[in-house]
Design a binder for this molecule. Sequence first.
Ligand SMILES: [Zn+2]
Length: 213
Amino acid sequence: MESGRIIRSLVPSLCPLCRGAVEPDYLVCSSCIGSLNAASVIRDDPPEGIDRVVSCAGHEGVARELLAAYKFRQLTGLAPLIAGYMADAAQPDGQQDLILPMPPARLRTWLRGFDPVASLTRAVAAETGIPLASGSVITRVGSGRQRGRSRSSRLADPPDIRPVDSAHPIAAGRNILLVDDVMTTGATLSAAACALGLAGASGVEALTFTRRM
Ligand SMILES: [Zn+2]
């Protein structure tokens, strides 16, 4: 199968997370899968403006390694594995009208050559059946650089996220599931929820793979 060959060429035959042996047809080793399966889904304390939030695991251990391998080593073949956990945690209940990726900080996307959150969102949409937004709804203004900043600095100066001109017909009256890779302070999710509110969204839920505690 072509698709199987593509995944094989993108993911090493050793476990990309721990270098252990990987059984045929698996992307990571059974030990790492066991750790991921044992992680506790986190649903507490939604950030301001977010009705419900769910994260698959704390930002630590194997979950953190998996996300880093996907984002920074660009092992794009790992996307279905991450998205599978996210789709399970999302528990779609028919209340989400639309699924939408957190917009990237543009410089970062350009440097990486791919948008890891957009790819995950497409895969979660396919798994859950929640319709993917037909166009962009919100955008970041400026670099939106949050990485490497202190918690207090992030909270005091959240990224500038605004609705795009064509946002209203897509978002108005919709309950939106917003997807990001990791939640840290929640400041970025809150800024995005505010922008979606301006675009007319009736509600915003959030789904992330990991969450810093
Ligand atoms: Zn492993």
